[in-house]
Ligand binder design. Structure first.
Ligand code: LLP
Length: 465
């Protein structure tokens, strides 16, 4: 039963998260999925499902994906573009954030297309029933086989470099119709985010340098097997600033105008993704509307100023679509107090199911799902179970006193957790369930030990006789 107990949690005192579930903010500005509640047993509930009961049924660790939150962000993006942009628009889900059949199918059912960056992501989107016309295939080093798969499937190819353009021309000579190609350009726009997830500055492995624009446009114009449908740029991820995307929109319209001077009538502009989400109470990202509106305004005003028809406006958010929709539930095991230094509380996962803390020093928040109203009086370090000292999920987490068997839930793990998960130390990857209206459906089965060795091969000479 859904409780009326709102989640009101402070830094210290009662547990962490504080969320006004009736507020008009976007999910990306909240720490918890929209359906999070505390039930009569003082347990966290998501999508009408008791989190402790989910772990009992589906095992631990467990990714729990809230369908309502995911659908809400999809709709917010789609509707805000329709509201603020007078031309046509298309939102694509950047499936690198979490690529699996169910997630692609949900995004597509909300009218979104899919951005893929590998043959594997493309295959997943196609198998999920996504129409190829709304699949855009990125990547700075697509193989010939991947390009062939992309062309045969009928999706749009985002050409990243000269090597690829040349391969596309060769492939185009055997194709029935011109290949729909977007050009990815590097805008030279800096934004403040982690160095590894910045992509728009000039020293980037992605995209054509804007100084090469004349040559690129001339090449595409002179090769009729290529149909240049649009221009693309992406400046980075987990961005809170608003100016970089305004600048990007303006620069991209200048490119459009230059393309027109080459006789190329480029109909689509894709401004990428990058909107950040709230991982801690001090993070303050713009809402989806606050991100979409200025982009639409700048593109519209710049096109009017340049006397250009409005292009179809594409965007491809990943993190802000799915990040807040998922939490990861772990079971607490051992703990260790190092006197005068810290207490470690270990959980049954870690860097294999969430490599973000060790990779980017990302900070997360957690609650204890079976003790929601117990005050967070302890400061502990939540450690993973991997054979690596750096395998820390959260440093200095504020939690209620914990004991073995408690269910620790790390928030906002929807983006770049499962998709970057590994089998380090041969841990099977966790299961994922989709929760909605009190029902939980498995969308990713937990890996088994047999699956872990499924691709191993023991050469004859090593067999123990
Ligand atoms: N489009 C392109 C071309 C991208 O490279 C990316 C992200 C996106 C869209 C989606 O960006 P988003 O809306 O999710 O910020 N693993 C890192 C993030 C890497 C992002 C890579 N590209 C992390 O865990 O923070």
């Amino acid at each position: 039963m859904v409780s009326t107990h709102p989640i009101r949690v402070e830094q210290s005192g009662s547990q962490y998260i504080s969320q006004d579930v009736n507020s008009h903010t976007s999910p990306n500005q909240q720490l918890l999925p929209l359906t999070a509640r505390v039930n009569q047993d003082d347990h966290l509930e998501i999508g009408g499902c008791d989190v402790k009961a989910l772990v009992e049924k589906f095992g631990s660790p467990l990714y729990i994906l809230d369908e309502q939150t995911l659908r809400t962000t999809c709709r917010q993006y789609r509707d805000r573009f329709q509201q603020y942009y007078p031309g046509e628009s298309q939102v694509l889900y950047a499936s690198k954030a979490w690529s699996c059949l169910a997630v692609c199918a949900i995004a597509h059912s909300e009218g979104l297309g899919i951005d893929v960056v590998s043959g594997g992501e493309l295959y997943t989107a196609l198998q999920a029933g996504v129409k190829p016309e709304v699949i855009y295939f990125h990547g700075n080093n697509k193989s010939l086989e991947e390009l062939k798969l992309g062309i045969e499937s009928g999706c749009n190819i985002v050409a990243d470099n000269w090597h690829e353009l040349q391969m596309l021309v060769e492939l185009g000579q055997q194709a029935q119709a011109p290949i729909p190609v977007m050009l990815r350009l590097t805008p030279g726009i800096e934004c403040h985010t982690h160095e590894y997830i910045r992509t728009g500055h000039l020293d980037s492995k992605f995209g054509f340098d804007p100084n090469e624009l004349d040559d690129v446009f001339a090449f595409v114009r002179d090769n009729p097997v290529l149909n240049c449908i649009g221009l693309h740029a992406h400046i980075g991820s987990q961005i809170f600033e608003r100016q970089p995307h305004r600048d990007l929109a303006a620069v991209m319209v200048e490119w459009l105008s230059k393309a027109a001077s080459f006789g190329l009538h480029v109909g689509e502009l894709n401004v990428g993704g990058g909107l950040g989400i709230k991982y801690t109470e001090t993070d303050d990202p713009p809402s989806i509307a606050e991100w979409v509106k200025p982009i639409c305004e700048v593109v519209q005003a710049a096109c009017e100023a340049e006397n250009l028809p409005l292009p179809k406006l594409l965007s491809e958010p990943g993190r802000s679509l799915i990040g807040t929709a998922c939490v990861t539930a772990y079971t607490v095991g051992s703990s260790k107090t190092v006197p005068d230094i810290r207490t470690y509380v270990a959980v049954d996962g870690g860097m294999s199911d969430n490599p973000r803390p060790i990779t980017y020093q990302s900070v997360y928040r957690a609650v204890v799902a079976n003790k929601m109203s117990v005050p967070a009086t302890e400061t502990v370090t939540v450690a993973g179970k991997h054979c690596e000292s750096g395998d820390v999920v959260i440093k200095n987490a504020q939690l209620p006193p914990t004991q073995a068997g408690d269910i620790l839930v790390v928030l906002a793990t929807g983006a770049y957790n499962y998709s970057m998960a590994s089998n380090y130390n041969r841990l099977p990857r966790p299961a994922a369930v989709l929760v909605a209206d009190g029902e939980a459906n498995v969308i990713l089965r937990r890996e088994t030990y047999q699956e872990l060795i499924a691709n191993d091969n023991l050469p004859e000479k090593l067999l123990q006789r």
